[in-house]
Structure formats: C-alpha cells, structure tokens
Design a binder for this molecule. Structure first.
Ligand SMILES: Cc1cc2nc3c(=O)[nH]c(=O)nc-3n(C[C@H](O)[C@H](O)[C@H](O)COP(=O)(O)O)c2cc1C
Length: 290
C-alpha cells in the first residue's frame, strides 16, 4: 500500500513517521536507519559541537541512504543572527537537506532564513496557543505535542486526543501529531483524526541504533506506565513552569529492544491490517490528504 499524506508529499518520504529530537547524543546512526526504513530521521543540530562534526554526521547519513532526512534546531532565547545555527543552516542547504524542524522557543528569524533558502520549515509546539502563533509565521507545517509526550513539557499542554479533535477548528496548515505514539494503532488514529504524520521520540530511544546508554534503554522497557509516580511525572507534574521528562507515555508497547526497521515495519503492518479490517482495498493508494 502507498501512504500519501500532505507530509509524505512535502518531504518526499515513504511513511508519515518522523523522529523527535533529543539533544546531547550523536543520533546519525538512528537518523540513517529511520530514513532508510522509509520514515524521516532527524539530526539534532545542538548535539554537534563543531561545523565539521555536523557536516560529517550529514555525510554519514547520506552514505547510508538517499532517502530524505531532516535537521532539528532546538531554539532558545540566545538564538539570534550570528548564533552557530545560522552557519549550520547554511551547511544543511549546501548538503541538499530539504526539511528543517525548529522547536522550543519562537524561531521566526531562523524560520525566515529557512524559507529564503527554499527549504521546508516545520515548527514544533507543545500548546495550541503556540501552534496558532507558529501558523501565522511562514511555517509549512506544525508539530503539536500532546501532554503524553516526552522532553520539555508545558503546564498549558493538552492531551493528544484533545489536540487532534481541535486541530481543524484552529489550524489550517498540515499538523503532525506527537506525544505518546509508539505503534501502528496510534499512527492510524492520528491520521484518521486529521494529522498528516506522526512524530515520535521515546519509541525510537530503545531501538538498537539509538545512541542512548543501555541503562536508559532498559529503564524505558522496564517502566510500568500504570505506576502512579510515572503517571505523575508525565501527566500531572506539579509545576507552573515547563518541565523535562526523559520518557513518555509511549512506553506501554515497548517491551524489548528491536531495530528501527522492525519498529517501522511493525507499525506499518499493524496499521495496514487495521485498514484491511475496515475493508479498505490495500492495493489502492490510501490518501489522507483529503
Ligand atoms: C529524552 C528526550 C529528550 C528530548 N530532547 C528534545 C530536544 O532537545 N529538542 C526537541 O525539540 N525536542 C526534544 N524532545 C521532545 C521530542 O522530540 C518529542 O517532541 C516528544 O518526545 C514526543 O513525544 P514521545 O516521546 O511520546 O514520542 C525530547 C524528548 C525526550 C524523550
């Protein structure tokens, strides 16, 4: 079956599955494996201390696959013209990268440079308010991360389901769903609810190609999603300030180490068998762009 969404068309990938950034680790092997398997791997720019390291990570991925991959720029208040990201963006363009994801703070100036270079600009938001403000900029698409997700969380964040049932009301640009997605069921639910792709971080963290330490991988596999302490950490954090979590509600279906290819193939075959149960002809194109 061919998967067609506004995001697969925009990025030129086979499946509407995008890697979520995680700073502090060189994720070139993971990025290459995801793109090779038909998803969209994403290098986290802040993990590369020098321009040479950044360029050689891009070369590593390009040596493994001709499929598209992207770059994440996690932005903070220090990101202004002159910041290394501006040079990294120039390198990304020189190397033929098409897709750039900005995240965390508003990234309008960097985003305008992305558009001047004729690249795809996707901005990641954790709240509907931020997604609405990202839509007013020159973004091509927006990632909206639900409360179930990992990384930097916001007290004004809502759940995946509430985000999805409201996207068409508040947003016109293509939306990429994020937060707690780890399997074909979650991916298909997001697409049926109007998202044009899914964005996943925690589910990729314990894969064989992921660069995080084994202890962290084991912790993801062994954490019980019904543990009240875990639920409190991810869903009810007691703070009115953004707070960080190192794994998300994506963990329930992660119970052993697998390769990226196995994870993506499993997601796609699960989603396709669900569609088959609905009597959808699998030889046809399933078009989610309508
Ligand atoms: C350990 C960890 C580190 C993260 N670091 C970043 C980061 O540096 N930049 C960023 O844009 N998002 C970061 N995120 C957020 C993810 O990219 C993604 O938006 C979120 O985790 C999606 O939810 P999921 O983990 O349930 O798939 C991080 C997430 C995790 C779990």
């Amino acid at each position: 079956m061919r998967w067609k969404t506004k995001i697969t068309e925009m990025i030129g990938c086979q499946y509407p599955i995008i890697l979520g950034a995680f700073a502090g680790y060189d994720n070139k092997e993971l990025t290459a494996a995801i793109s090779k398997a038909g998803g969209v791997g994403v290098l986290t720019a802040s993990s590369y201390e020098t321009e040479n390291e950044f360029r050689s990570a891009i070369h590593y991925v390009k040596n493994i696959t001709n499929n598209p991959f992207g770059i994440n720029f996690s932005v903070d208040t220090k990101v202004k013209p002159g910041h290394p990201y501006y040079r990294y963006l120039k390198i990304a363009k020189e190397e033929g990268i098409k897709t750039i994801i900005t995240a965390a703070f508003k990234a309008e100036d960097l985003g305008n440079r992305i558009k001047e270079k004729d690249m795809v600009w996707i901005h990641k938001a954790t709240t509907m308010r931020h997604a609405i403000s990202a839509e007013k900029m020159k973004t091509d698409a927006i990632i909206l991360t639900g409360l179930e997700g990992g990384g930097l969380k916001n007290p004004q964040q809502n759940t995946f389901l509430i985000n999805m049932v409201n996207i068409n009301k508040f947003l016109k640009k293509p939306i990429i769903a994020s937060g707690g997605i780890c399997d074909g069921k979650g991916m298909l639910a997001a697409l049926i609810l109007g998202a044009q792709a899914v964005h996943m971080c925690t589910a990729f963290l314990p894969t064989i190609e992921s660069p995080i330490p084994e202890m962290w991988k084991k912790q993801i596999i062994n954490t019980n999603c019904f543990d009240p302490e875990f639920i409190e950490k991810v869903l009810h954090f007691k703070s009115n300030r953004p707070q960080y979590t190192d794994m998300s509600m994506a963990i329930p279906n992660i119970d052993h180490f697998i390769s990226v290819e196995e994870l993506i193939n499993h997601m796609i075959s699960e989603a396709e068998s669900l569609l088959k149960n609905l009597n959808i002809n699998m030889d046809e194109l399933v078009d989610f762009t309508k």
